[in-house]
Design a protein around this ligand. Structure first.
Ligand code: FUB
Length: 354
């Protein structure tokens, strides 16, 4: 708790500084000079899913707190209790805090841990998708709706039937169909699911195993359930072969994001224990997606999680690091520009200057 007070007063100092040019040299706890400053300094925020709604950029991040839970490989220390939504008129504009949009105490099926959310819009309604452990401590994905992009969001009484694991990303295809991508290994529990059956004793993947794959399902017309059985997203290496777990600098771990650019679907994700954000491209929303490279090198802090969005003709990468706190579970969201090469590959981003 003492640490939290220290961090927040540090955040206040940082907030007072960030509008000055000197902010460019501001590093907080970082070892290296960052290319971007935290967008939000009064609270800890992470896993930023960015969307353009009503002409503004809306951010749907995790709301990190110091819950006092000891750090472990299951991520128990990421014990978040609510979501706050933020918006900006442009990436350099003031960030508006719209307040709490959904709390764990208002979700009837809640156990614990609100992890990385995403949002979508259809026919006048906004939908917030969120991973949360149920009362049996199994991660499921919930949905809540609102007439406003900032909420407040009203949760459905039960998780999406057939949903599991973490990190939903909802992608709207040009024809109006929506697809949910999800999954995360280790604390995200993906390794515990085989053919839709849960096994709490299933071990983490080990070298020699075929790497686990993220999941995808088309959403129903009302955006509140899956319209089809969940399937694996085929992710292939440069030779067209499935990844092995040993290839942990490239294989999928968590944090799926899908965007469309110039005739191709881009599936990007975190490699978790090796901390890269990689991407692969395909010709349709189900894949297969073929590995293309790293788009964001490791950031300071254990997790790496991002979103990619087009706003006023410019592509942006939203991501996080631990500049303010230096603690892996107390993160701060950031944004930087993202560029493509002529062949459609993404120019690799390093979040630090040296
Ligand atoms: O914020 C909790 C978890 O950390 C997310 O769900 C993961 O993607 C990682 O960023």
């Amino acid at each position: 708790m003492q640490m939290n007070i220290f961090c927040l007063s540090f955040a206040t100092v940082l907030a007072a500084c960030v509008s000055a040019p000197a902010a460019q040299a501001q590093r907080g706890t970082l070892k290296k000079e960052p290319v971007s400053q935290p967008l939000i300094t009064k609270r800890f925020t992470a896993d930023p899913s960015a969307h353009v709604f009503r002409g503004r950029i809306f951010l749907y991040p995790s709301h990190d707190i110091e819950a006092g839970v000891k750090e472990n490989d299951n991520g128990d220390h990421f014990d978040m209790k609510d979501y706050r939504i933020y918006s900006m008129s442009d990436v350099e504009g003031k960030v508006k805090d719209h307040g709490v949009a959904l709390s764990v105490k208002d979700i009837p099926w809640a156990g614990r841990q609100l992890w990385a959310p995403d949002a979508a819009y259809k026919d006048g309604m906004y939908y917030l998708y969120f991973p949360l452990k149920d009362k049996q401590d199994i991660f499921r994905i919930g949905v809540a709706s609102s007439k406003k992009p900032q909420g407040p969001f009203k949760p459905e009484p039960a998780p999406i039937p057939g949903s599991y694991s973490i990190d939903p990303c909802v992608f709207r295809d040009a024809n109006g169909d929506h697809y949910m991508y999800f999954g995360g290994i280790w604390g995200g529990q993906l390794q515990r699911w085989k053919n839709g059956i849960y096994d709490s004793t299933a071990p983490n993947p080990k070298p020699g195993d075929t790497a686990l794959l993220p999941r995808v399902a088309k959403l129903s017309a009302d955006m509140k359930s899956f319209a089809e059985p969940v399937r694996e997203v085929q992710l292939l290496d440069e030779q067209g072969k499935p990844f092995m777990e040993d290839n942990n600098g490239k294989r999928f771990f968590e944090a799926a994001w899908v965007h469309y650019y110039n005739g191709k679907y881009y599936f990007s994700y975190s490699t978790g224990d090796t901390h890269n954000i990689c991407y692969a491209t395909g010709d349709n929303p189900y894949g297969p997606f073929t590995y293309k490279g790293v788009l964001l090198e490791p950031v300071e802090g254990w997790t790496n999680h991002h979103s990619i969005v087009l706003f006023n003709g410019q592509w942006y990468l939203f991501y996080h690091d631990v500049q303010i706190s230096g603690k892996t579970h107390l993160r701060n969201v950031k944004v930087t520009e993202l560029y493509y090469n002529e062949d459609g590959t993404i120019k690799k981003i390093n979040a630090y200057k040296n």
